[in-house]
Ligand binder design. Structure first.
Ligand SMILES: [Zn+2]
Length: 492
C-alpha cells in the first residue's frame, strides 16, 4: 500500500485578470515527474504540519514552497504591505533551503503573516493509486506581490518562467515540453480564462475527482493513462491501460479482472469517444482481464501478436494479428496537422513470446508493456519467457529515441534509456552471480535460488526460481552451463 504525502501547489499569477503564470521545470533527476514543467509546490514539512488547521498547514506549505522555489514571499507586514525582493530575503531563502532557520522564524522576525485571502483555494487532488510516490496536493492561486520577482535557483528545479497558460499547453501539444498531468488538466479546464478564476473553474472538477472519478491523466494529447486495479505481482497493484489516438483510437491492455473495476471501466468508456480496437501487449491475465468484456460491450475487435492469440485461444478471440513493423494510424497529429501520426508495432519477445511494444515517434512515447516497469524488474518465466530474447528486445527498444516510457506497472518515466540500461545492468549482475554459484558440483534450481535470492519473501520464491531457470537456459544456449538431469545443473 503506498503512502500518501500531503503537499501544496501554487498557481502564481501576475495579478487579477492575467493569463500569465509562473511555471517551473522540475530537475531531470527527480523521481516524481523529473523533466516535467509544473506549478511551484512541494510536500508539507514537519513544521508546516504543526498548524492545527488542515487548510492553514497547506497554505503555510504553499507559501514556504513558493518562497523556496521562486523567492516570492506572499506574506504581509502589519501595515498590509508585502516585503519587496531584497538581499535580505535572498539570504533568508538560502538559510531556509539549507535548513538553518525555520520558516516561522523568518516570518516572525520580519513581522510577516500568511493571510488566507492571499491564497485562493482551488481544491485538493490525490495522485491515483498507480505509483509508490503519491501526494494529496492542495492547489491555490496567489498573485505576485508588488516589488517581487520570481527567480529559480538551479537545484531541484532547472528553471522557471512567466508564460501564458495556453502557450504552455501549446508547447506541450507541439511536443516541445512535458507537462505533469495535473498541469494539463488545470490549464485545459481553465481555457482562455484568467488564472485567478481557477477556483471557480477548477473547483468542481477537483471535487469530482476527490469523490472517486477517474482522473484525466494525459501524457500527450489523446494519450491517456487509466490505472486499473489488478492482481499482478507485488509490488504492482495496478495495470495501466492507455487510450491512444484521435481517430482512430485504441485501448491498450484493459487488464482489470475484478468485476467492480470492470464496471467502472465500462461506465467510463461509455462516456468516451468511441474506440477503434483493443490492442494487447501480451496474454498475461493482468493485461487482458477486461478485454473480452469491453470487446463485447462496445463491439470492438481485439488486435495482438499471433503468439498472444494462440495463448488466448478459446478465451479471447483476436481478430487481427499485429506484426513487427506494422503501423497503427492515430488520425491527425495534434501538434502538426499535416504530419502522419501513428504507433509503430515492435515485436519484443522475452517476457512473453508474443509481447508487443508500441512506439509513437512524434511525442516519442514508448508504451513498454511488461518490458520495463518503474516498480521492479520483470519476471522472465520459461518456457514462454526467454531471457536471451528479452535482453535482445531491450537493446532494440534502446535504439528508439523515446522521451517518455509509459509502462504497464508504475509511473511514467522521462528517462527511458536510463531505465533500460539499469535493467540490462541488473540482468548482467544476476548472470554473474548465477555463474559464480555454479560449480562443477551439480546443484538443483531450488538450491541455486536459495543462494541467489536469500531473504526473498516466500510467495515470490517461485518467481525467483523462474528467473534462475531462465538464466540457466540462457547459459546452456551459450554453452556455459548444462543440465545433468531433470533438475540439477553444473558449469560446462
Ligand atoms: Zn506480463
Amino acid at each position: 500500500m503506498s503512502v500518501i504525502t500531503p503537499a501544496a501547489s501554487v498557481l502564481l499569477t501576475r495579478g487579477p485578470g492575467s493569463r500569465d503564470l509562473f511555471a517551473i521545470l522540475r530537475g531531470q533527476h527527480l523521481k516524481f515527474f523529473g523533466g516535467f514543467w509544473a506549478f511551484p509546490g512541494g510536500k508539507l514539512s514537519a513544521e508546516d504540519t504543526e498548524a492545527t488547521d488542515h487548510l492553514e498547514a497547506r497554505r503555510t506549505a504553499a507559501c514556504r514552497e513558493l518562497f523556496e522555489e521562486t523567492g516570492v514571499l506572499v506574506a504581509r507586514r502589519s501595515d498590509g504591505e508585502f516585503p519587496p525582493t531584497s538581499p535580505d530575503l535572498d539570504a533568508c531563502r538560502h538559510a531556509l533551503l539549507a535548513e538553518q532557520i525555520p520558516f516561522a522564524s523568518i516570518l516572525a522576525e520580519r513581522g510577516l503573516t500568511v493571510r488566507a485571502e492571499d491564497f485562493a483555494l482551488i481544491g485538493e487532488i490525490t495522485t491515483p493509486d498507480f505509483a509508490p510516490l503519491r501526494y494529496a496536493t492542495t492547489f491555490f492561486v496567489a498573485h505576485l506581490p508588488p516589488g517581487q520577482h520570481p527567480v529559480v535557483w538551479p537545484g531541484e528545479l532547472e528553471r522557471g518562467e512567466w508564460i501564458d497558460g495556453q502557450h504552455l499547453l501549446a508547447k506541450w501539444r507541439s511536443s516541445e515540453i512535458l507537462l505533469t498531468p495535473p498541469t494539463v488538466m488545470s490549464l485545459e479546464t481553465l481555457g482562455e480564462q484568467p488564472i485567478d478564476l481557477a477556483p471557480q473553474r477548477l473547483g468542481p472538477l477537483f471535487g469530482h475527482l476527490s469523490r472517486g472519478a477517474i482522473h484525466p491523466i494525459f501524457f500527450a494529447p489523446f494519450v491517456r493513462m487509466l490505472p486499473l486495479k489488478t492482481a499482478g505481482l507485488p509490488p504492482s497493484t495496478h495495470t495501466n491501460a492507455y487510450i491512444v489516438g484521435n481517430s482512430p483510437r485504441y485501448l491498450i491492455d484493459p487488464g482489470a479482472e475484478d468485476t467492480s473495476v470492470q464496471k467502472c471501466l465500462l461506465d467510463f468508456l461509455k462516456s468516451e469517444t468511441p474506440l477503434t480496437a483493443i490492442v494487447l501487449t501480451h496474454h498475461h491475465p493482468d493485461h487482458v482481464g477486461a478485454a473480452a468484456v469491453c470487446a463485447n460491450r462496445f463491439r470492438l475487435p481485439i488486435w495482438a501478436h499471433a503468439q498472444t492469440a494462440k495463448r488466448l485461444e478459446c478465451r479471447i478471440k483476436v481478430e487481427r494479428m499485429l506484426n513487427d513493423g506494422d503501423r497503427l494510424d492515430l488520425g491527425p497529429c495534434p501538434g502538426e496537422r499535416d504530419r502522419s501520426w501513428f504507433l509503430e508495432v515492435l515485436h519484443t519477445p522475452g517476457h512473453a513470446s508474443g509481447h508487443l511494444t508500441f512506439y509513437e515517434p512524434y511525442y516519442r512515447l514508448l508504451f513498454a508493456g511488461d518490458m520495463i516497469s518503474t516498480l521492479s524488474s520483470m519476471v522472465i518465466a520459461p518456457p514462454d519467457g526467454n531471457l536471451a530474447e528479452y535482453l535482445q528486445s531491450l537493446i532494440r527498444l534502446r535504439e528508439r529515441p523515446a522521451r517518455l516510457l509509459l509502462p504497464s506497472h508504475g509511473n511514467v518515466s522521462a528517462r527511458p534509456v536510463e531505465l533500460i540500461d539499469a535493467a540490462l545492468a541488473h540482468r548482467a549482475k544476476r548472470e554473474m552471480q548465477l555463474l559464480d554459484s555454479l560449480t562443477d558440483e551439480p546443484a538443483a534450481v531450488e538450491e541455486l535460488t536459495e543462494r541467489l535470492y536469500r531473504g526473498t519473501p516466500e510467495p515470490l520464491m517461485r518467481f525467483a526460481r523462474a528467473q534462475v531457470l531462465a538464466g540457466l537456459l540462457k547459459l546452456q544456449a551459450e554453452g556455459r552451463a548444462c543440465p545433468l538431469d531433470a533438475d540439477r545443473w553444473q558449469r560446462s
